[in-house]
Design a protein around this ligand. Structure first.
Ligand SMILES: Nc1ncnc2c1ncn2[C@@H]1O[C@H](COP(=O)(O)OP(=O)(O)OP(=O)(O)O)[C@@H](O)[C@H]1O
Ligand SMILES: [Mg+2]
Length: 244
């Protein structure tokens, strides 16, 4: 357990008392590595993220972050611990400007970031030049690709230890999606651990050191990258229960 940044142990969770969406799920993320989570629509991938973030309490099982139990941590405390979530839906404040969206999380946590946020803000504007010209614009007015850039820029500002990223490339052009996947590499170079969910299975496999397949709420298969390369299609179809 010691080298796991995030560890889920036999987690069962669901929205209704008598229906389990996640069934006995165990997975992990290591520091500086990407763990990829793949599965069909409705398999429970976003539910798994919600259970880590405290929006949905596990019915049974444990979640550990950096060796400490995470089960009782409230969602708004995650950033303080070093966990950042880029959800499938937007986490931006659409009426606030790009600049306000970038600065709000750090300015409301001055005890954590002291003066370091200023240099990081400058760095973010260099890294995400498309945002530089739009600092005074409302986040809600940005294109889908620009909003996703803002989500990543916000995460970069916070320099978390762990980033949970749900479907970052959905609805984006191949070019913008490619840029996003390059940022993920930059994140891990800094030592961050990432839990990555994306419908682009080949890309997830290419980027991840460890891959987990979620099927109807259970982990149907898991392994390192080498296990998932080769005849990916046949393997993934089999794991996902698509035997044709
Ligand atoms: N707020 C909710 N209340 C009740 N059931 C929900 C809720 N959110 C999701 N579910 C159900 O939980 C199951 C898993 O949904 P989830 O969104 O986790 O799947 P997913 O793997 O992320 O799918 P997708 O690939 O489409 O994003 C589905 O059957 C879904 O209908
Ligand atoms: Mg989802």
């Amino acid at each position: 357990m010691a080298d796991y940044l995030l560890e889920m142990r036999s987690v069962t969770a669901g929205y209704a008392k008598d229906i389990d969406v996640l069934k006995d799920v165990s997975l992990h993320v290591k520091k500086g590595e990407i763990s990829g989570l793949i599965g069909l629509n409705g398999a429970g991938k976003s539910t798994l993220i919600k259970s880590i973030c405290g929006f949905l309490s596990p019915k049974t099982g444990e979640i550990y972050f950096d060796g400490h139990p995470l089960n009782a941590v409230l969602p708004h405390k995650l950033i303080d611990l070093g966990i950042c979530c880029i959800p499938q839906e937007s986490s931006l404040f659409p009426m606030l400007t790009v600049k306000e969206n970038l600065l709000l999380p750090v300015q409301s946590r001055r005890h954590l970031f002291a003066n370091s946020w200023q240099s990081r803000y400058e760095e973010v504007l260099e890294l995400f030049p498309a945002l530089k010209d739009k600092l005074g614009q409302s986040a809600g007015e940005l294109s889908g690709g620009q909003q996703k850039q803002l989500e990543f820029a916000k995460a970069w500002m916070l320099q978390p230890k762990l980033c949970l990223i749900d479907e970052p490339s959905i609805g984006l052009s191949p070019k913008v999606a490619e840029e996003i996947f390059q940022w993920l590499s930059r994140f891990t170079e800094q030592g961050m651990g990432i839990l990555l969910i994306d419908h682009n299975v080949r890309r997830v496999v290419k980027m991840s050191q460890t891959i987990f397949v979620l099927s109807l709420g259970s982990i149907a298969a898991s392994g390192d990258q080498a296990m998932f390369t080769g005849d990916l299609h046949t393997q993934v179809k089999e794991w996902l229960g698509l035997n044709y």
